[in-house]
Design a protein around this ligand. Structure first.
Ligand code: URA
Length: 192
């Protein structure tokens, strides 16, 4: 798979725009904006919620405890985080790690939508309710949608829990989380 040069260049441009963005209040609190990390030339994207404290310091997504679990889950099914593109719905850390507000999501989501168009993945893994509601444009409890696969714009969209939730409820949910990642592996093996 080879990404078109113009797509690559536009993705780089978007990265710069995100780093300089001041469209919503969140820019006032950030140390670093977090455009995303990994490779643009990939069939798999993973979308989280918003950067936390460690992500804000490093300018990279999922580098804290939740990120470590995510990386482990990916590794278990033979995927390295360096082989996919990882980003968030909101690119700057909400203060005190509060949930992103609707106006912040609405302001930031054009960056995500364009990143998806340009990377053009076959599979998008959505972790947590904010990425699910933003990408699928639905308001639904995660308990009703976790583990399900949708097809949208010709892409597989897989919905699962946020890794921070699993860390908080490890013994009750790790088995189901493992099963979700096995389902992801099946999608890749069957359809890629
Ligand atoms: N949680 C997220 O949703 N994204 C990150 O990048 C880190 C923690």
């Amino acid at each position: 798979m080879n990404i078109k040069k113009e797509n690559f260049l536009e993705l780089k441009k978007i990265e710069k725009q995100i780093k300089e963005c001041s469209k919503c209040r969140l820019h006032q609190f950030r140390k670093n904006a977090v455009p995303g990390n990994g490779v643009y030339n990939t069939k798999i994207m993973l979308v989280g919620e918003a950067p936390g404290r460690n992500e804000d310091i490093e300018g990279l997504p999922f580098v804290g405890q939740a990120g470590k679990l995510l990386e482990q889950m990916l590794n278990n099914i033979g995927i390295s985080r360096n082989d996919i593109f990882i980003t968030n719905v909101v690119k700057c850390r909400p203060p005190e790690n509060r949930d992103p507000l609707d106006d912040e999501i609405q302001t930031c989501k054009p960056y995500l939508f364009r990143q998806i168009e340009l990377v053009n993945p076959k599979l998008i893994i959505l972790v947590g309710k904010y990425s699910i509601s933003t990408i699928l444009n639905i308001n639904i409890k995660i308990s009703h949608i976790k583990g399900r696969t949708f097809v949208k714009d010709g892409r597989y969209i897989f919905c699962t829990y946020h890794p921070a939730f699993i860390l908080r409820n490890y013994s009750s949910y790790i088995e189901e989380y493992t099963y979700h990642f096995e389902k992801i592996k099946k999608i890749i093996n069957e359809f890629f």
